[in-house]
Structure formats: C-alpha cells, structure tokens
Ligand binder design. Structure first.
Ligand SMILES: [Zn+2]
Length: 850
C-alpha cells in the first residue's frame, strides 16, 4: 500500500471560497471542466477530480452546497453535495430541523405535525460507489448534479423546490482513488480492467457495506452522523453494481424474505419508487430491468438496510458491470440467472424484457443509473407531503410498538463492563436515547423512534424459512444470519421495566484515575479492552507480569491471566485506556510467582487475492495495540521467520488461496479466476509451508482462524482433523450464526473467558482430536454442546448434529512451538468482541512458557 500525498484539502478550499468561477458565470459540464468526455470508454474521473468539479459547481450555482462529512481512513475529505432550489439552500437549517422533528415526533400534536409536513421538504439521500469497482455512479453523480444545477424547465424546478437532495458521489473515496489509479496504470496492457491485488478499503474492502450497525470505520461513522444526527432523510438510495452476465439493473421491490418488524409503509414507498424507476427505464428503451431478485428485505448490515429499522425508506439499485471503464462483449448464450428471482435467464413477470446481449459499457451503466435517479427524484417531489406524513406514521408506530416502560437494562455488574460501555456508546452513536442510573446501570427505553432498531440488535435472530417452490429448499440468507450484539460482544442485557430518576448516558465519562497507593496494580482478565492498555504498558519502561495460576493478593482471589503492573507500567496503561472503563486494583506488594510478559512480535498473513478478513484482523490488532506486520507470500517463503516474529496469524482464508493463490474450483463450477499480474500470482507453495513449519518447530506460535485451519491441518502433522472438511451444503450449512460452546478453563488461550459463550460460525468446521504421542500436547479449548437443540443461539443452521461434542477450538504444541486452531470467526467484522480474547491471549501465549 502506497502512502498518499496531496490529499485534496477540500475543507480548506471550501473555507477559502474555492472560487475559480465567480457566482453567476456559466456552470461548466463535467466533460468541459475535466477536459475529457465523462463516461467515455476507458475514461474515469478520480475522486479528487470529482471533488474539484463539485467545488466548481458550488461556486457557479446557488443550488449547490458542499458539506465535508469527515476524513477518510487515508485522510481524504469525504464530501456530500446538497442540491435543491436556491430558496431551499438558503433555508437548510429550518429544513433540517423539520426533518429532525418528523423523525422523532414525540410531543408533537397531530396539528403541529401536519403543519411541519406542509412546510417541510423531502430530504433524499443518494449514496454512490461504496464499492469502489462499482464505479459508474461516481461518474454519473457529476452529470446529474450538473443537470439539476442548470435546468430551467418547470418540472425540474418543481422537483428542486420539493426535495433537498443529499448526493454522496463516493462513500469510499480512498478506494475510488485506488481503483482509478490501478485502472489507469493497466490501461492498454494485458491487465486492463483487472482486479486489484489489495483491498479497496484500506482495512475492510467490500465489507465497507457490512459495517452499518457496528460503526467501526471512519466513513461509516461520518455518514451515520450526518444521517441520524444532522439531516434525518426520509428516503435513501444506495447505488451499486453487480455481475455482468445477468439482468442489466435491479430495482426494488426486494426479494424475500422480508423482516416483519419493519413498517410496511417502508416497503410500499420503496416499491412505488422502484416501479417508477422500472417504468422510466422501459420508456427510455432500456431492457433488462428486474425486481424481486437476489437482494432481500431482511439483512440489516448495509447502508440503507440499517436505515429501514430507523423508519427510512431505503432503496438499492444494482447495475450490471463492465470492466471498470472498459466495455465488455456478452453473447446471448452467456447470459444467466441462477439466483433467487431469476433461475433461468428469460422473460418472466418481474423481468418482462430481458436484455438480449451485446456490448456493455460504462456509458450504459451511467445512463441506467441516471434514469433511475431521476425517477426517484420525481416520486419524492410528487409525494413530498405524503412521504413526510409516512415518516411520522412510522416513527409513531415504532414508538408505540412497546409499552412506555419497556426497556433494556445493561446491568452495571458485568463480566466485561468495558465492553458493556462500548455497546452503550454504540447505541448513542446511532442516535438512540440511552439513559444511566445512579447505580451504574444503563437503560435503553424501547418506546422511541429507533426502538425497533435496538430490539433488532439486542434479540436473537430466527431466520424465516421461506420456500418459493413447494417441496424445494428454502431461500438461503443473503449474507450472515445473526447480529445479536449482546451475544457477539459478551454483554449481559435484560428486558426490564424502566425506573424513574434516570439521567442521560454520558458517553465520555468512564475512566477512573489510578489510585494513589499501591506498589503494584492488578487488572483482572475478561475484557478485550484490557489488551490495548497492557500493550501500551509493554512498550514502556515498567514491568508487566501475568498470573499463571489463581492466587490471593490484597484480600481477594485473582484468576489465571490476571495482569500485574508495576507503578510505571500501570500509569502508562491507564493513560492508554482512555474511556474504556478499566479497573486497576492496587496491591500492597507485588505478588510472587508471576511470569514476565513482553510485547509479542506479530506477523499477519496477507494474500494477494485480497482478504477482507486479513483487513479486519489488521484493523483490530492495530486498534488493540498489537502492531501487526504484514507477511506476503514472498516474505514467508524467504523463511527465517522466528528471528522476526513470536506469533503468525493466518486470517480466515481458503486453504487453496494460501497454498496456490487461487480459490478452489468445484466440479461444474463456472467461476473463472482471472490471473493476477505475475508479481502477485501464486501462494505460499511448498517453500512457504516449510518456512511456516520451521517457524513453529523453532518456537513460534501459529494462530489460524476458521478456513485457514484446514491449511494447517493439511500441512502439519497434528492430532486433529476437521470432520466437516468435505461436508456438502445439504448436510451442513451455517452462513454466519451464533453457536453455543463450552470453554475449557485453565489454558492461557482461554484465560478470562466465561464457561459458556457464543461463537460466530460461517464455515463447516468441527475438530476431532486424538491422543498424540509423548512428544506433543493437545488441548481442546472450546466444545459444542451435547444436544443438537442446544447448539444454535441466533441465526440459522442446518446440520447442527454434525457439531455436537466436537471441538470448536484446539491448541497443540509442535516442536518447540505452538499451534492454535480457532474453528470459528473470532473477530468477525469487528463485531465479536466476546471472542477477541481467544486471539489476543494466543498472541500473549506466544511469549509465555507453554
Ligand atoms: Zn456493491
């Protein structure tokens, strides 16, 4: 990854006026301004050019304002254009205030609400290009904005008078820049239009659209603040692209299943708009429009999906892709369906006019998107007052769905209080009302406009088994099937009756200063938040030790895994802990029998077939102070790893990708894996496997997540195997669910973990172990329940009987080193805080005696 210089200082330009054009001068078109034809074959505007164009548009048009939403991960300014009539632009403060009141109509009389619905404007959010290869909408946004800024016809003026359009040309500016750079570099060569060998979001790649309830990344957080704290849009369209070989565009209605907790007026508005999109596309002679296809109305992790639970009408469009700006040729025989809503490619009621095949290019993508966007604006203008009234209906319905005193209590007494505070802060960041009691309990009343969102995030999921054809299989989940935050984060919550006398939860005040007395300080294990503080202390001058066996000190028992810090180390740790809410207990003297801890040197495997799990792992390890070093195939193959690393982490990567650099090809599978440029081709190969073995044999620790454990089981002679390695989807399927496991106490990898917990599982893995020879030890660290009915905690699973009594996590010695196999996703998308300690403890174990 190159570091980037010359980031557009958009904020500075905005402050300076940024006016190369005096107000009133003619408004340049994107092509005139940029000096090439936008949308032409092989031409792409990068994000900085797009930003400059929008600044010029703002300078020239009183209908356009620009807001900087915040800094991106790689320090670009992410912006949003506000486009409306001149009058509305002057009046945005009032328009925002009305939108806020309509989104939370508590205390408004019917008459007051009606007045606000009359006066208010529809706030419409359109986000583009969150997935960086889905580049069309970032280019289309410039043309659309130009058309709206310059139109003089009465219909457009009427639309602009009724609607305030918030237009985000890219929700991932860093990736937009990376992809355009990669495209331009390869233009004219063998790899023109090829996939990048690294993630297009520095940490999370395509999963940037899986972060909308957990809010871990800067871009997600900035947009969330604008939506739920500042603008309160009633309608949100997120524009994407899909594969090349099926329909040309998906518009709502969505496919099954539907979440019945979402107000049906959301779907009615979404369907009305989607139908108008389809109508306008058909009138313009655009074939291949489909609805009721692939994309469901159930999973809450994407941009507009999370918004459904906050009473917003969230829409999605997906347009067929070209190879970035390079046209493709698709003969009719290559067109296919194969997904729910279109099994065979051919006319049916949701797809009456299939595209016949032929040439497909960036210009086509932009034209389809532009027509759909205008059709959206048309309905929003037409239905302004109606939709504002629907927002009030939905918000009132959500508020009344629970009793006035229905609430969730997050008790003060928790096995992991710091993570409980993190959960409360997350809800507050979502715009949820969070309350605090004097005794430290945190309360979330459900009778509020976002009460259904809270309930969705706090209760167990039971995936609806919808069958579209009698006697056939159910519709499988689009993405994961579980998102129960208390289970994933390891926080105890309970439904309870709201008491009186609560105050507002203060998200910032959680840290206690270090006590003045004490020669040493103890930090009990049990919270992943400990590790950031302890890692900071390990980098300083003080001494940090770990308790290997339960001990007594300062009138209480301390479990194995307790960290003991001398005064200097404790001071450094407390400073790093920030608002985590850690508790440091002063001890009269430093106890005996401790083992000294040092900072583990951590390597993180990074395949060139870019792995989102690698990115998430890197993000989490950085957040918690582990300072991971990336290890590519070449570096591993070069060997001598034990000189530089104590632990090497293999994130969740298919074993074929680790070994050969390309995914497995099933029999009959048409999935074609396009070659990467030679410098990125291949995998660890034989030398890499040998280098990893040498590393472990000479004392290193290898930690493998989920699918990667299959690689380790193949390559290393360890007394374990995966019983489900060859399981077929009909026998076992678990697309991302929370499963119950018992945790074996007393091992360094499980220190501080509860006896029983939820593991996030999305691969067929069940370990069987056998008694090894005298040269080796093996430990079962976590095991699935005895009875199949006890396995599933949240989500959906088929074949739970295949897991019972088998191991979910195993550790072994190997030569002088250690191996840890975690057959689940211990840090999935930075949502499973409860199981982070499996990873962090493994890294500490790498520098401890075994
Ligand atoms: Zn997408």
């Amino acid at each position: 990854m190159k570091t980037r210089t010359g980031a557009t200082a958009l904020a500075a330009l905005l402050l300076a006026g940024a006016a190369s054009l005096a107000s009133g001068e003619s408004v340049p078109s994107p092509s005139e301004f940029l000096g090439f034809e936008v949308g032409a074959d092989k031409k792409l505007a990068d994000y900085r050019q797009i930003a400059k164009y929008f600044l010029a548009l703002k300078a020239a048009s009183p209908r356009v304002a620009i807001e900087v939403l915040g800094k991106t991960t790689l320090n670009e300014d992410m912006f949003m254009a506000v486009i409306s009539s001149e009058q509305n632009i002057k009046n945005v403060t009032r328009i925002r205030e009305i939108a806020r009141r309509l989104a939370d109509p508590r205390g408004l009389s019917d008459e007051e609400a009606r007045q606000l619905e009359k006066e208010g404007k529809l706030v419409l959010l359109v986000t583009c290009n969150i997935h960086s290869t889905e580049i069309g909408a970032s280019q289309m946004a410039m043309e659309w904005a130009h058309a709206l800024a310059t139109a003089t016809d009465p219909e457009t003026m009427r639309r602009l008078d009724n609607v305030v359009l918030l237009l985000v040309p890219s929700l991932n500016p860093d990736g937009q820049i990376m992809e355009t750079e990669w495209y331009r570099k390869n233009l004219g060569g063998k790899y023109e239009g090829s996939r990048m060998p690294w993630l297009y979001h520095h940490y999370v790649g395509h999963d940037d659209n899986r972060d909308w309830f957990m809010l871990t990344q800067k871009e997600t957080r900035a947009m969330t603040r604008a939506v739920y704290k500042e603008w309160f849009p009633q309608v949100w369209l997120d524009e994407h692209q899909m594969g090349s070989a099926g329909p040309r565009i998906f518009v709502p209605p969505y496919a099954d299943p539907v979440d019945t907790d979402i107000h049906p007026l959301v779907w009615r508005e979404v369907n009305l708009i989607g139908s108008n999109m389809a109508l306008r596309l058909e009138q313009a002679g655009k074939s291949g429009v489909i609805y009721g296809f692939s994309y469901d109305a159930y999973w809450p992790g994407g941009t507009k999906n999370t918004a459904w639970y906050k009473n917003i009408s969230g829409l999605l469009t997906e347009v067929a892709s070209a190879r970035m700006a390079t046209p493709i040729e698709l003969p009719a025989g290559e067109l296919s369906g194969g997904r729910k809503g279109l099994i065979e490619y051919g006319p049916q009621t949701n797809f009456p006019n299939p595209w016949p095949g032929g040439r497909w290019r960036l210009r086509d993508i932009m034209d389809y998107e532009r027509i759909a966007s205008d059709a959206l604006l048309e309905v929003c203008a037409e239905r302004r007052e109606d939709f504002l009234a629907d927002m009030v209906r939905r918000a009132r319905f959500a508020t009344a769905a629970f009793g006035a005193a229905d609430a969730y209590r997050i008790p003060a007494v928790q096995s992991d209080r710091p993570t409980a505070l993190r959960l409360a802060r997350l809800m507050a960041e979502h715009g949820v009302d969070v309350k605090a009691a004097d005794n430290g309990d945190i309360w979330i009343p459900l009778a509020q406009p976002y009460g259904k969102f809270v309930n969705e995030m706090f209760t167990e999921q039971r995936y609806p088994e919808v069958k579209l054809v009698a006697g056939k299989d159910i519709v499988r989940p689009y993405d994961v099937a579980a998102w129960t935050l208390p289970l994933m984060m390891g926080v105890t919550v309970e439904r309870a009756t709201l008491p009186g006398g609560l105050s507002s939860f203060e998200a910032e005040a959680a840290s206690k200063p270090l006590a003045a007395d004490g020669a040493a300080f103890a930090l009990a294990p049990g919270s992943p938040e400990n590790f950031k503080a302890v890692n900071e202390a390990l980098r300083g001058a003080g001494a940090v030790s770990i308790v290997r066996a339960p001990m007594s000190a300062g009138n209480r028992r301390w479990p194995a895994g307790t960290i003991v810090l001398d005064r200097a180390a404790a001071r450094a740790a407390a400073a790093a802990a920030g608002q985590a809410g850690l508790v440091w207990t002063p001890l009269p003297s430093a106890p005996a029998g401790l083992e000294k801890l040092r900072a583990p040197r951590v390597g993180l495997y990074k395949p060139w077939a870019a792995s989102m799990d690698e990115g998430w792992t890197r993000w989490i390890l950085e957040q918690y102070g582990f300072d991971p070093r990336p290890l590519d195939n070449k570096t591993i193959r070069a060997g001598n790893l034990s000189e530089k690393f104590d632990a090497i982490v293999l994130p969740d990567v298919e074993k074929e990708v680790i070994d050969k650099g390309r995914p497995r090809r099933e029999e009959g599978d048409m999935k074609y894996f396009a070659e990467l440029p030679p410098e990125y081709a291949g995998g660890l190969e034989k030398e890499g496997a040998k280098a990893l073995k040498d590393f472990v044999e000479s004392g290193g620790t290898l930690v493998a997540f989920s699918a990667s454990s299959d690689y380790v089981l193949d390559e290393f002679n360890v007394p374990a195997r995966n019983l489900l390695a060859r399981a077929k989807a009909d026998d076992f399927s678990c697309p991302g669910s929370l499963l119950r496991a018992r945790v074996a106490a007393g091992h360094p990898v499980t220190w501080g973990l509860p006896d029983e917990m939820a593991l996030f599982v999305d691969k067929p893995i069940a370990y069987a172990t056998v008694l090894p020879g005298m040269e080796m030890e093996r430990w079962v660290l976590a095991v699935y329940p005895d009875a199949p009915r006890d396995v599933l905690l949240s989500g959906w699973i088929r074949g739970e009987d295949r897991l019972t009594r088998h191991a979910a996590a195993v550790a072994t010695t190997y030569g002088k080193g250690k191996i840890v196999l975690l057959g689940f996703r211990p840090q999935h998308r930075a949502q499973t805080n409860a199981t982070y300690p499996f990873v962090f403890n493994s890294l500490y174990w790498s520098v401890l005696a075994r």
